[in-house]
Design a protein around this ligand. Structure first.
Ligand SMILES: *Cc1c(COP(=O)(O)O)cnc(C)c1O
Length: 437
């Protein structure tokens, strides 16, 4: 049994005159041209020569198709499998599953962990909304832990304070790609028998004490959304684990479809899955071969990408060092290697007139816009709608509140040019001078 891999079921029918399984419409020459036009749209200049060039490409593609053949395998094929093999090597993880996004990875991890209504999950007050979507959706209780004021990552000491008999999971988030302090978190998890899911959405390629971020907890999920440090054509993610449940990831990705054990008169069986807790029914989280091809290409340059980001962060640090009112980003140490997804920029309001809100206004007026910053989750109306006492939560997270209101924001690092980086640094230094008491 299991002679055919799940990945090649739908199209590969081997040597045959009538490939009965290949019944879908293929991507043809016109579709390919539309993709090329989408990926390389007309610029502002040289409209005529763009059209001419495009005609030439169309001719060449027609010729290329005559020499080669059109791809028919578009989803869950050999490239998806290659992503998983390469990711496992890169991350030194036993299992990896390529998914449409990190959020689906979280969902599968929560399901394998057996999270139930009424269970408690401890997450940092400052993260992206999707970290807690699944727990909120099933009526599990989201407990927000305060952050470390230096890194804005979850504070292990506050996790400890917030553990109760109902706590089932801890979800550290490596904000901006800067690794959380995993050692005390794993110690707490061990002591209280908790499952750790790492939100490594910003941290593909980061490491902590020699281990890759996302492989230290029980589960790790990375995001390849277009704003992250590596992307798979706009959307994507990977879920990893070293636990045995990882062998079921690929089955979980496609609805519980199990080719290894066909039922009588049929090709496959459909299974429910479990690891800790009860059986669950997974959804369909399949990914396309095109996503995989783009990811594999970017994976070959991930080290260079991180290196360039690190250099940009070091440059900003060198510009900001010693300037009263600016607290530069913490850089790598022997034990901690960030992906530098974002640059954590903090100010010291005690020596300035005004705080980060005023800073953001001023810096925007100087043309440095699009500074993203994660708001504490208790600021969003949905927490209140779900019945949470947000005032009480806010009080229990003073560092998150202080960082959000007064001290911290994130700066972009990449793909800024040296010129843009310098402009941003100059504008920031000037702004801070204007704000000095
Ligand atoms: C982007 C992001 C996610 C979600 O990733 P998707 O791949 O879009 O699901 C989760 N957590 C954090 C901290 C993020 O920034």
């Amino acid at each position: 049994m299991g002679k055919k891999k799940a990945a090649d079921f739908r199209y590969s029918t081997g040597e045959t005159k009538v490939p009965w399984a290949a019944v879908g419409e293929s991507v043809n020459k016109e579709d390919i041209m539309e993709v090329i036009k989408f990926l390389i749209p007309e610029g502002d200049k040289e409209k005529e020569s763009y059209e001419k060039q495009l005609k030439g490409v169309e001719e060449e593609i027609k010729k290329l198709i005559e020499k080669g053949k059109l791809q028919t395998k578009l989803t869950l094929g050999p490239n998806v499998a290659a992503v998983e093999e390469k990711a496992k090597k890169f991350l030194r993880s036993k299992y990896a599953c390529f998914l449409p996004c990190a959020t689906h990875g979280f969902e599968l991890a929560y399901k394998f962990a057996g999270l139930k209504p009424g269970d408690e999950v401890i997450v940092p007050a400052i993260t992206f909304l999707s970290t807690v979507n699944y727990p909120l959706s099933i009526g599990a209780k989201v407990v927000l832990a305060d952050v470390d004021p230096g890194t804005i990552n979850i504070d292990p000491k506050d996790i400890e304070r917030k553990i109760t008999k109902k706590t089932k999971m801890i979800v550290p988030v490596h904000i901006g790609g800067y690794p959380c302090d995993m050692e005390p978190i794993m110690k707490l998890a061990k002591k209280h028998n908790l499952v750790v899911l790492e939100d490594a959405a910003h941290a593909f390629g980061a490491s902590y004490k020699g281990k890759m971020i996302g492989t230290i907890g029980d589960f790790g999920a990375y995001s390849f959304h277009e704003v992250k440090n590596i992307n798979s054509a706009g959307e994507g993610g990977i879920l990893t684990t070293n636990h045995s449940c990882g062998k079921d990831f690929q089955i979980a990705r496609f609805g519980g479809f199990d080719l290894s054990n066909p039922i009588k008169l049929w090709l496959y069986d459909v299974v429910a899955l479990k690891w800790k807790g009860d059986y669950f029914i997974p959804g369909n989280y399949s990914v396309t071969e095109i996503q995989a091809v783009v990811f594999l290409s970017q994976l070959t340059r991930i080290k260079k990408i991180i290196e360039r980001r690190r250099k940009a962060a070091e440059y900003l640090d060198s510009r900001f060092k010693g300037i009263p009112g600016i607290i530069p980003q913490v850089l790598d140490t022997k034990d901690i290697k960030s992906t530098y997804h974002l640059y954590l920029f903090q100010i010291d309001p005690s020596v300035l007139k005004g705080d980060i809100q005023l800073f953001k206004e001023k810096i925007t007026a100087k043309g440095v816009t699009q500074i993203f910053h994660f708001a504490p989750l208790y600021k969003f109306i949905r927490m209140k709608q779900m019945g949470y006492d947000v005032k009480k939560i806010e009080k229990s997270c003073p560092n998150a509140e202080e960082a959000f209101r007064h001290r911290a924001t994130h700066l972009p690092l990449y793909p800024l040019t040296d010129e843009q980086l310098k402009y941003m640094a100059d504008a920031i230094i000037e702004t801070i001078k204007e704000m000095r008491k």
